[in-house]
Ligand binder design. Structure first.
Ligand SMILES: NC(=O)c1ccc[n+]([C@@H]2O[C@H](COP(=O)([O-])OP(=O)(O)OC[C@H]3O[C@@H](n4cnc5c(N)ncnc54)[C@H](OP(=O)(O)O)[C@@H]3O)[C@@H](O)[C@H]2O)c1
Length: 305
C-alpha cells in the first residue's frame, strides 16, 4: 500500500481508502471482518458522513472499530457535514452540531479530517471559518477539506478559513471522467471539451489539494457499477486484459487507473465485501503504463482529439 501526505497536512492516508456509506447493511461480525481485512491490507483512512445511513454508518463503525486490532492513532477517521433533509447547511451552528453528533456516534474525541459535503448556495465563509476555528482549537478536528467544490468556491472559502483546505472529494471513475476530458479536449467542439468543474483537477494540483475520488467503480450517479455493464463492452475487455497481464482483478485496474494520474489522488472504495476490498487495495501497488492508461480511457468511450 502506498500513502499520500493529504494536502501537505502531514496526515499520511492510504491511496486506497474505505468509504463507509454502505456499511449499515452489515452485521457486527461482518463489519469487524471487513475493517480488519482493510487494515491488514494497509488501508488507514475511513470515509464517513453524518448522513450515511441516517447516522447509522458512523454508529455501527464506532461499535465495530473497538473489536478491530488497530489503535485509534494508527487510522484516519474522516467525516463530512452540510447535507440536510432537502437543503444544504454550512452555518456555524450546523457544522458544530454535526461534528458533535459524528464524534459521539464514532466513539472518538476527534476526527482527523472534516469535509464540507456539497456546496451550500447560502454559504457565509466567515461562519465556516468560525466553526473550523472552534473545532480545531477544541481538538475535535485535525484538518479540513471540501467535497464536490469548484475552484472558485474553494477560493472564496480560502479568503476566510485559516486552516488549509487539504482535500476535495470528487466523483471520478474511468466511466465518469469530466475533469480529465476537459483538459484533453481544450478548445475543441467535441462533447469532451465541456468544462463542468472550472478546471478543478489542475486547480487542486496547483494548490497541493489532494483529490479523493468517490464512486470509483460507478458510472452516472446511481446507475450502477461500470464492471460487466452492457454499456461498456470495450471497457470490460480492456479491464480484463489488463487485469490478466498484471495479475489483479478488473476492478483493481479501474482503481489503478485513477491512482496512475500524477495528481496523486486517493481512491475511496465503497465495497462492503472483505475479499473485494482486499483485491481493490492491491491497486495501490500497480502502476499502469502510459499506453495502458490511455487504452482503458479510450475503451470507456472517450475520444482523443
Ligand atoms: N463526497 C460525496 O459526495 C460522495 C458521494 C458518494 C460516495 N462517497 C464516498 O465514496 C465511497 C465509495 O462510493 P461507492 O460505494 O459508490 O463506491 P464504489 O466502490 O464505486 O462502489 C461500491 C459498490 O459497488 C458494488 N460492486 C459491485 N461489484 C463490485 C466489485 N467487483 N468490486 C467492488 N465493488 C463492487 C459494491 O457491492 P459490494 O458491497 O457487494 O461489494 C458496492 O455496492 C462511499 O462509501 C463514500 O464514502 C462520497
Amino acid at each position: 500500500m502506498r500513502y499520500v501526505d493529504i494536502g501537505g497536512s502531514g496526515l499520511l492516508g492510504s491511496t486506497v481508502a474505505l468509504g463507509c456509506m454502505r456499511i449499515a447493511s452489515l452485521d457486527k461480525a461482518e463489519l469487524v471482518n471487513l475493517l480488519g481485512v482493510a487494515v491488514d491490507a494497509g488501508i488507514n483512512l475511513f470515509d464517513h458522513a453524518d448522513i450515511y445511513g441516517g447516522g447509522r454508518c458512523e454508529e455501527v463503525f464506532g461499535e465495530a472499530f473497538r473489536s478491530v486490532s488497530v489503535r485509534r492513532e494508527d487510522v484516519l477517521l474522516q467525516t463530512k457535514c452540510g447535507i440536510r433533509d432537502g437543503f444544504f447547511d454550512f452555518s456555524k451552528e450546523h457544522i458544530l452540531a454535526s461534528v458533535n453528533g459524528s464524534l459521539s456516534r464514532l466513539g472518538t474525541d476527534h476526527v482527523d479530517l472534516l469535509l464540507l459535503h456539497r456546496p451550500d448556495a447560502l454559504v457565509e465563509p466567515a461562519e465556516v471559518a468560525a466553526a473550523f476555528d472552534e473545532l480545531h482549537a477544541a481538538g475535535k478536528v485535525r484538518a479540513f477539506g471540501v467535497s464536490n467544490q469548484h475552484p472558485m468556491q474553494i477560493e472564496l472559502l480560502r479568503r476566510h478559513v485559516r486552516q488549509p483546505l487539504v482535500t476535495n472529494q470528487l466523483q471520478l471513475s474511468v466511466a465518469h471522467t469530466g475533469m480529465i476530458d476537459a483538459g484533453i479536449n481544450v478548445n475543441m467542439t467535441s462533447p469532451g471539451a465541456f468544462d463542468r468543474d472550472g478546471g478543478v483537477l489542475d486547480y487542486c494540483r496547483l494548490h497541493g489539494i489532494t483529490i479523493q475520488a468517490w464512486s470509483v467503480l460507478q458510472y452516472g450517479q446511481i446507475e450502477g457499477t461500470l464492471l460487466d455493464a452492457e454499456q461498456f463492452p470495450e471497457l470490460d475487455r480492456a479491464l480484463r486484459d489488463t487485469a490478466d497481464q498484471l495479475s489483479v482483478t478488473p476492478a483493481a485496474v479501474a482503481v489503478a487507473w485513477i491512482l496512475r494520474h500524477p495528481a496523486r489522488m486517493q481512491a475511496i472504495v465503497g465495497s462492503t465485501n472483505a475479499a473485494r476490498v482486499a483485491s481493490l487495495a492491491a491497486a495501490s501497488d500497480v502502476e499502469l503504463s502510459r499506453p495502458a492508461w490511455y487504452e482503458v480511457y479510450r475503451a470507456a468511450g472517450n475520444r482523443l482529439p
